[in-house]
Design a protein around this ligand. Structure first.
Ligand code: SAH
Length: 222
């Protein structure tokens, strides 16, 4: 679990990013600690490294983006992780959020549909000395059945509906966070399951790339 301490010259920038997150209302100390320790510059393309700790989304190639840190922090707060959970992430992208999750939970399995991005994310996670996280290639709208159930599921791409396999693979008492798209707008939802009771909470507007897969958008649709 977690991210080893990487000696680098970006510590001051990370501290400033954490201050920015606090100013934006992030309170969860474990979440703030994760941002203080994970080296975000290792997850962005080399040409963008000096902008790595700005609170903005950045392009990571393949038409995809690494999300804005404040958005990721809200997401992570919504999952309410306490350190012992087994987590599924859908949409690895750069692997940065995977690294944050690894510092907040016991183990993370992250599914990415684009093999090139998955390979780069694996290399970045290794360079950042992150342990407890595994990146696999596949359609994450199907979840990852062989390792289910999961105490937390984080979907980093917007879907028209809640993919049924993800709900099925959520453990009792677990939380699923997912951006849902309706028309031109997206809202982030937290879905919790207690016995047969499923509760949905709207956490506000979101802006994510589409979830392309069997239970998401079709490829030609986006
Ligand atoms: N949180 C990430 C950014 C995710 S961007 C970060 O920190 O960098 C969303 C990612 O979801 C993209 O990499 C995209 O390729 C991936 N994606 C889209 N549909 C998917 C699917 N069905 N299964 C797995 N990954 C998918």
């Amino acid at each position: 679990m977690g991210s080893g301490q990487v000696a680098d010259s970006f510590g001051g920038y990370r501290t400033r990013l954490v201050e920015q997150l606090r100013a934006n209302g992030i309170r969860d100390l474990a979440v703030l600690h994760a941002f203080a320790t994970v080296p975000r510059h290792l997850f962005v393309p080399e040409a963008l490294r000096r902008r790595a700790y700005e609170d903005v989304a950045l392009p990571i190639g393949n038409g995809q983006t690494i999300s804005q840190p404040t958005t990721q922090a809200r997401y992570l707060e919504a999952l309410g992780l306490r350190g012992q959970e087994r987590v599924l992430e859908v949409g690895t992208g750069s692997g940065y959020q995977t690294a944050l999750l690894a510092s907040l939970a016991s183990s993370v399995i992250s599914v990415e549909r684009l093999p090139g991005l998955a390979a780069e994310a694996r290399a970045a996670l290794k360079a950042a000395s992150v342990t407890g996280a595994t990146v696999v290639v596949g359609d994450g709208s199907l979840g990852w059945r062989t390792l289910a159930p999961f105490d937390g599921i984080l979907v980093a791409a917007a879907s028209p509906v809640v993919p049924r396999p993800l709900l099925e693979q959520l453990s009792d008492g677990g939380a699923l966070v997912i951006p849902l798209q309706s028309g031109d707008t997206q809202h982030l939802f937290r879905i919790t399951k207690r016995g047969a009771k499923v509760t949905e909470e709207d956490l506000g507007e979101a802006l994510f790339v589409p979830l392309v897969g069997r239970h998401g958008f079709e490829k030609g649709e986006v």
